[in-house]
Design a protein around this ligand. Structure first.
Ligand code: SAM
Length: 290
């Protein structure tokens, strides 16, 4: 497939090039024209899983391009053979099961080797769960940390979260159904129960859910089975914000006491009850017009 851009014919595929091609994270319409064009014309497509890739490619009538598997177990072993194909002048597209390759998906070692050997890499823009969830989060999107999956064990997770506790940028995590609860409980302990979080599940699919709440409430909703947490999950967590050191309980108490007491006395009492710096509380109340 070729494109005419301002009367210049642009061919989709060149030789000795590794194309990085994102595929949909759910909704098949999210593939791009350019991605289909390249996948149809390359000499080989690197896939994570032959079965899943064949199903996906069939949808776009891509049936005749040979597939090569690359995954966490064989990446180092297979890379030399892939580099030889590229050096011979053939082109390869790298795809993963879903979304943007290399983002918590295989391909990093191959790309690193291509760079070292000056083999051209052409990355295509496309679907990525992290960015899709971030854009709908209502949190700072100009400065963020992509963290992928948290460590699997409680101890390692706690150490990792401790490192992120004071991170001011928006945090993005991938999570699985069976680890969401322990991960959220650790987040609650280290990042704080009141920290804002966006639970983005099954993005672009029929049961897409994007829910904004606090970490504590999300734990409650999941424990009480009030929210479905099956399927693919991305979590967006608000960065550390020093100007919000006040818990929701303290604010509730403040609101109740201020009905009967002066603002000054209320601040004084709440700061004593909840052990909050009086000036900090005062500035917070002023800033938020409470
Ligand atoms: N490379 C992929 C990307 O660009 O998003 C991510 C691959 S990673 C192995 C898979 C994880 O991404 C899932 O466990 C989930 O946390 C997240 N994810 C993938 N698809 C998603 C979706 N449709 N909705 C929410 N999260 C998704």
């Amino acid at each position: 497939m070729d494109f005419n851009i301002k009367n210049k014919k642009i061919s989709f595929v060149n030789s000795s090039i590794l194309y990085i091609v994102p595929t949909p994270i759910g909704n098949l319409n999210d593939i791009t024209y350019r991605a289909i064009g390249i996948l149809k014309k390359v000499d080989y497509i690197i896939v994570e899983n032959i079965h899943r890739a064949s199903l996906l490619l069939k949808n776009f009538s891509i049936n005749n391009v040979p597939l090569i598997t690359l995954n966490a177990y064989n990446e180092h072993k297979k890379t030399n053979a892939l580099l030889s194909i590229l050096k011979k002048g053939q082109s390869i597209a790298l795809i993963s099961n879903a979304g943007t390759p290399v983002i918590n998906d295989p391909g990093f070692y191959l790309i690193k080797c291509c760079k070292e050997l000056n083999i051209r890499i052409i990355p295509l823009p496309g679907a990525c769960a992290a960015i899709t969830a971030l854009t709908a989060s209502g949190m700072n999107c100009n400065s963020f940390c992509y963290e992928g999956f948290l460590p699997k064990t409680h101890k390692k997770r706690i150490n990792y979260l401790n490192m992120l506790e004071k991170e001011k940028r928006t945090l993005i995590f991938y999570e699985s159904t069976h680890r969401i609860l322990p991960s959220l409980k650790d987040m609650m302990m280290i990042l704080g129960k009141d920290r804002n979080i966006v639970f983005a599940r099954e993005l672009t699919k029929i049961w897409e859910t994007i829910y904004s709440t606090s970490i504590e409430e999300l734990v409650f909703l999941i424990e009480e089975n009030k929210i479905c947490y099956k399927g693919e999950i991305t979590l967006i967590v608000e960065g550390y914000n020093k100007s919000i050191p006040i818990s929701s309980e303290a604010l509730e108490t403040f609101n109740l006491l201020k009905i009967k007491l002066s603002k000054k006395n209320t601040i004084s009492l709440v700061s004593k009850i909840y052990n909050i710096n009086r000036n900090l509380l005062y500035r917070y109340i002023l800033k938020n017009n409470l």
